[in-house]
Design a protein. Structure first.
Length: 369
């Protein structure tokens, strides 16, 4: 797969329309945030706010529960930007977040036969519901789930368990676990350094690609040693690899000097176009479908706060960089690292899953540079 070039034909965010929507969306969320819950640092939101969704053309849809005049006026007190459009919905964003928390607790204590049928669950803001994914979506299995948790905001989907795609250093490079063969490989995410201590430099990939204590190779050259790896991290599947002194770390995606990965991170909203560069698939793209996604293994919730998107991916892409591209400025924000895919066995439709860059950095006390 050749490095991307500046004239490569792929979708871009013309006139930075989705960038503006994401900025306004963050502004609204910050303005709506009430006092944090007493037991953690998670924000809480007012009952009239139903969530948001960014359309491909850059419009920002804000959902309002109940009195639409009161709710829209509250949003307009934060911004009057004309890209903000309003729609009515049934459930508040906060109530759906609460449902996610309740499902998480219910699955932990559910009978094994029920818990093992749950493959994932997450917040679908566009549809104003919580999606619960089951391996077997027959009526009897849905009824089984409803015995452990039942809420009218829950919608059921069929989905297999997430498949972990493992198999000078640049984001998207093939990362091998042997100097002689590359039968087992993943993808390089992005360049990082420690925020404290000795401030070692290196890069991140997916945790299931490499174990702590293992060395890794690019083109048969030893590029680093894995010092931290979390396959089932609380909010990310990630590994931190400290680079060898002879390794030069770059921010050029797949080695293309015209495609510089920004050191700025972002958490784009639902509906935003994101890009993957992975060792197997090269460059692919798709729209975010879920920004709060939980996955399970064997009936146990293993990782929370992931993102599901509709970009194609394959084995060997794990750890690959996820980024957004703003054509008007040429900025490519660091968004995440690829984890794997989940698929509907009946329709064949699949969703790619990635860990948020901010969660990866926080997990290992790292920063972009």
């Amino acid at each position: 797969m050749d490095a991307i070039s500046s004239n490569r034909a792929f979708p871009v965010m013309e006139m930075a329309c989705q960038e503006e929507a994401n900025v306004i969306n963050h502004q609204i969320l910050d303005g709506l945030c009430l006092n944090s819950r007493s037991d953690n640092t998670n924000p809480i939101y007012p009952n009239y706010y139903g969530g948001s969704y960014i359309e491909p053309d850059g419009n920002l849809i804000i959902y309002i529960v109940g009195d639409s005049i009161y709710g829209t006026n509250a949003i307009k007190s934060i911004t009057t930007n004309p890209i903000v459009k309003f729609k009515c919905c049934e459930y508040s964003y906060q109530s759906l977040i609460n449902v996610l928390d309740e499902i998480y607790e219910a699955v932990k204590t559910a009978p094994k036969t029920v818990a093992k049928n749950v493959t994932a669950f997450g917040l679908n803001q566009k549809m104003n519901c919580v999606n619960v994914c089951l391996a077997d979506i027959s009526e009897s299995r849905i009824d089984e789930f409803k015995q452990i948790y039942n809420n009218p905001s829950v919608s059921f989907l069929q989905m297999n368990e997430v498949e972990y795609q493992s198999t000078n250093v640049y984001p998207g490079n093939k990362l091998c676990l042997s100097s002689s063969t590359c039968n087992s490989y993943g993808s390089i995410g992005f360049r990082v350094r420690e925020k404290s201590g000795s401030k070692r430099t290196g890069f991140v990939t997916a945790g299931h690609v490499i174990d702590k204590g293992e060395s890794c190779f690019v083109d048969r050259n030893n590029v680093g040693l894995c010092v931290s790896s979390e396959i089932y991290g609380a909010k990310a599947d990630a590994a931190f690899i400290v680079a060898e002194k002879t390794t030069t770390l770059q921010n050029y995606i797949n080695g293309d000097t015209n495609a510089v990965l920004s050191t700025k991170t972002d958490q784009p909203g639902e509906g935003t176009l994101v890009n993957l560069w992975g060792a197997q698939s090269g460059h692919t793209w798709g729209y975010i479908s879920n920004t709060k996604y939980y996955i399970t293994k064997g009936g146990v919730v293993v990782t929370t706060d992931l993102v599901a998107a509709e970009y194609p991916s394959d084995e060997g892409d794990s750890g690959g960089v996820i980024y957004t591209y703003i054509s008007s400025t040429g900025i490519r924000y660091t968004v995440g690292i690829h984890l794997g895919t989940a698929s509907d066995p009946k329709t064949g439709k699949s969703y790619s899953i990635y860990s948020k860059a901010d969660n990866v950095l926080n997990m290992f006390n790292l920063e972009r540079y």
